[in-house]
Ligand binder design. Structure first.
Ligand code: BGP
Length: 472
C-alpha cells in the first residue's frame, strides 16, 4: 500500500455523541428515532415521530457519550496508531434550529477542541458534514429537504465549518450515504410523508436539493481554501445478477443505477440520460432553479467515499428467498454466508465494487465504512475475543489491497465503521457491535459506558504498523 495510506476509524455524531441537550444544541432528527418496532416505520417516513408512545426510548440521546468522553477515545485511537479519524459534526450544535444567522459558539468550541485533540496525536480529521442528522426545526418548518430553503441553511452551516476548521481539516464529506434517502427517507433526509403524497416526486426533489446543496458547498470550500478536498459518499455494494439470464443482468444494471445516479451527478456534474428518461417516464416534475445545471456542472467533487458492508443480488422473476444487507432489499446469494443480522459477507465483492467505481469515474476512492455487526460476549476476565471480526476485516482489507496494488485503483484510505461501539443506525441496538473498542452498555440503555480494548484492537494496531502487511 502507498506510504501515505490513511488507515483510520469511523463514527458519527448521531450514533455516538449523545449529549443531546448540552451546550445549546437543538433537537435533531436522531433524537426522535425510537428503539424497537416503531423505529423502521419512523425511519422510512411512514410513521410520524409525534405519534410515538410517550414511554418510547430514544437511544441516540445518550448514545455512547462521545460528547463527554472524546478525549479518552482519542487517546485510545492514538494507541491504535490511527492515521485518520472520520467523525461527523452535529448540525444542531452549530445551528440549533438551522435558521439562526449566528452560529452557537459553544458548539463550535466543542469541535475546535475535538479537532485539536486529534491533531495533538497526529491523527488527520475527516469530517462528515451531515450524517443522518439535521435540526428537527428544519423538518418542522420546511418539510426538510423537500424545500429549497434548506439548501440555504445547509450552505450557511458549511461556510461556518469551512472558515472555522478549514485550516485543520482537509477531507470533508457533504452527505453520508446520500442514496439512503431513497430507502430510509426520514433517517437519511428528514422526510416524513403526508397522506396521499407522490412519494417518488418528494424523494427525487429532496435528492435534487441535496445535490445542489452539495455542489454549492463544494464551490464555497474551494473558494475558502484550495487545500480542502470535498467528497461525495455512497452506500455502495455492487448488484450481481442472480443468473446469466439476460433479464437478471438487465435488472442488476437498473439496480446499480439507482445508486450510481447520485454519484453520476456529483462526479460528472449533470443528470445522466437514464435518469432524465426515468423521471420523464414516472411523471416526476422537479422544481429546478435557473442556475442549478451550471452549479452542478462547475462544482464536482474531488474524491468519492463509500461504505461497503455487502454485495447485493437481484433476480428478475422475483422468486426465491430475500436477503438482508445494508438496507436495500436483495435476493439471497447462495454462495455467501451471512452475519448474525443476515447481511451477506463478501470480501471479493469489495474488490469488485472498488473496480466498478474506479472504472466508471477515475476519481480517488476512500472507503469510509466497512465492518461486521456482531454480538460480543466478554469472557470471565473481561476480555473480548472477537476473532469473527478479525476474520471479516482482514479478508476485506486483503481485497481492498488487491484492488489498489494489483488492479491500480487509486485508494486514499480505509476507516472501519464504529471503531468504538455505538448505536446501530437501522436497529437502534447497542448489541450490534462493530468496534475494536468495547463500550459497556446494553440495548435498554444501561451500563457504565466504560471503554475496553477488544482482541481486534491489538490486531488492527499491527495491521496499521505494518501498512497492511501483517494481516493475521
Ligand atoms: C451505514 C451508516 C452508518 C452505520 C452502518 C451500519 O449505512 O452510514 O451510520 O450505522 O451503516 O449499519 P447498522 O448500524 O444499521 O448496522
Amino acid at each position: 500500500m502507498r506510504k501515505d495510506f490513511l488507515w483510520g476509524g469511523a463514527t458519527a455524531a448521531n450514533q455516538s455523541e449523545g449529549g443531546y441537550d448540552r451546550d445549546g444544541r437543538g433537537m435533531a432528527v436522531v433524537d426522535v428515532l425510537p428503539h424497537g418496532e416503531n423505529r423502521m416505520p419512523v425511519m422510512k417516513g411512514v410513521m410520524n415521530y409525534k405519534d410515538l408512545p410517550a414511554d418510547s426510548f430514544y437511544p441516540g440521546r445518550e448514545a455512547v457519550d462521545a460528547y463527554g468522553r472524546y478525549k479518552e477515545d482519542i487517546a485510545l485511537f492514538a494507541e491504535l496508531g490511527l492515521k485518520c479519524y472520520r467523525f461527523s459534526i452535529s448540525w444542531s450544535r452549530i445551528f440549533p434550529t438551522g435558521e439562526e444567522t449566528e452560529p452557537n459558539e459553544a458548539g463550535l468550541r466543542f469541535y475546535d477542541n475535538f479537532i485539536d485533540e486529534l491533531i495533538k496525536y497526529g491523527i488527520e480529521p475527516v469530517v462528515t458534514i451531515c450524517h443522518f442528522d439535521m435540526p428537527l426545526a428544519l423538518v418542522e418548518r420546511f418539510g426538510s429537504w423537500r424545500s429549497r430553503k434548506v439548501i440555504d441553511c445547509y450552505v450557511r452551516y458549511c461556510g461556518v465549518l469551512f472558515r472555522r476548521y478549514g485550516d485543520r481539516v482537509r477531507y470533508w464529506i457533504t452527505f453520508n450515504e446520500i442514496n439512503m434517502l431513497m430507502h430510509l427517507p426520514f433517517m437519511g433526509a428528514g422526510i416524513c410523508f403526508k397522506e396521499g403524497e407522490n412519494v417518488q416526486q418528494v424523494k427525487y426533489q429532496a435528492a435534487h436539493n441535496e445535490l445542489v446543496a452539495s455542489a454549492l458547498a463544494t464551490k464555497l470550500a474551494h473558494k475558502i481554501s484550495p487545500d480542502i478536498r470535498i467528497g461525495c459518499m455512497l452506500a455502495a455494494g455492487s448488484v450481481y445478477p442472480y443468473s446469466c439470464r439476460p433479464m437478471d443482468v438487465w435488472e442488476s444494471m437498473q439496480k446499480d443505477r439507482e445508486n450510481y445516479f447520485f454519484i453520476d451527478v456529483q462526479v460528472r456534474g449533470q443528470y445522466p440520460p437514464y435518469a432524465v428518461k426515468f423521471l420523464e417516464k414516472e411523471g416526476i416534475d422537479l422544481e429546478i432553479g435557473a442556475d442549478d445545471a451550471r452549479i452542478l456542472k462547475e462544482n464536482t467533487v474531488d474524491f468519492i467515499s463509500l461504505s461497503y458492508y455487502n454485495s447485493r443480488c437481484v433476480r428478475s422473476d422475483g422468486q426465491g428467498e430475500a436477503s438482508g444487507g445494508n438496507v436495500f432489499a436483495s435476493a439471497k446469494n447462495p454462495y455467501l454466508t451471512c452475519s448474525q443480522w443476515g447481511w451477506p459477507i463478501d470480501p471479493l465483492g469489495l474488490r469488485i465494487t472498488l473496480n466498478a467505481l474506479y472504472d466508471r469515474y477515475q476519481k480517488p476512492l476512500f472507503i469510509v465504512e466497512n465492518g461486521l455487526g456482531a454480538i460480543d460476549k466478554p469472557e470471565k476476565d473481561g476480555s473480548i475475543e472477537d476473532d469473527y471480526r478479525i476474520d471479516y476485516l482482514s479478508s476485506h482489507i486483503q481485497a481492498m489491497m488487491q484492488a489498489a496494488d494489483e488492479d491500480g485503483v487509486d485508494l486514499i484510505g480505509y476507516t472501519p465503521w464504529g471503531c468504538v461501539d455505538l448505536i446501530s443506525a437501522t436497529t437502534g441496538e447497542m448489541s450490534k457491535r462493530y468496534g475494536l473498542i468495547y463500550v459497556d452498555k446494553d440495548d435498554t440503555g444501561h451500563g457504565t459506558l466504560n471503554r475496553r480494548k477488544k482482541k481486534s484492537f491489538y490486531w488492527y494496531r499491527d495491521v496499521i504498523a505494518s501498512n497492511g502487511e501483517c494481516l493475521r
